[in-house]
Design a binder for this molecule. Sequence first.
Ligand code: NDP
Length: 280
Amino acid sequence: MPVQRYAVIGHPVAHSLSPRIHAAFARQTGIALEYIAIDAAPEDFDAALAAFAAEGGVGANITLPHKAHAAQICSHLSEAAQRAGAANTLIRTATGWHGDNTDGIGLIRDLTDRHGLDLRARRTLLIGAGGVAKGVAPALLDAGIGDLFIVNRTPERADALADALAQPGRVHPRYLDDVGSLGNFDLVINATSATRDGVLPSLPVNLIAPRGAAVDLSYGEAAVAFLAWGRSARAHDCIDGLGMLVEQAAESFLRWHKVRPETDAVYAMLRDRDAVLVSA
Ligand code: NDP
């Protein structure tokens, strides 16, 4: 049987851990596959995906900045991808690409299964209203959190995300600069890309309720500043996005291969590598 071909498509993509994660899942499950990284600028995305399909590609992960566009070119979308308006997982079918979004379920699995958080009724602050925020917000609501406040530097994007979630009594969009007037939260999630540039939005240290959690969807160096803030705010749990990355990959693997890989060993392998990177 020919080896099945998979890829992650992004721009830039050289830093992506997805090829290592999927290679580890393949070894663990005994599934023969090839998984490569394809760097495609936005204007080259459609041609890159078509060339990948012509070479036998049957599944792709999609990362920055292509997730919203990928959803638009799919012939079918899962409910998660429809709600997010973005696809991070493509599955080739006889009639075109099927798009799914595993970011939300990846975050929920990491927080509940790996870190043992009970999300129910947690008053939650989501900082950011970009692509990943659109994927995780519906999943957080489905997981039973309490009120969800969404703050964003560009307030119109927080408004648009809240409108799309369509739960006006429970979801409250606000301007990022007003974050100090919102009280405290059981769960504070950084879904901005600000800390990738070493810029942490200004956040008060009384933002986290007793026994609350600070979660950064970034990982490695990009998560250092927010997690340091979380410790200074006395968060009970300070969690970065590495576990979410592994869990969303496992969910993609499940959709492609109908087998859910075990994630703890892969997470531990990457955490060791991450520790080296962060301390280097
Ligand atoms: P987008 O570019 O779609 O959105 C970026 C968000 O960050 C917007 O809300 C933007 O606000 C905000 N932002 C950017 N710079 C600043 C700043 N200086 N101050 C305040 N807000 C700022 O990116 P994504 O949503 O796709 O990704 C966000 C982060 O999540 C990235 O760091 C990425 O690595 C991480 N991620 C992690 C995943 C995982 O599996 N762990 C999966 C996917 C993403 P505005 O609207 O005002 O521009």
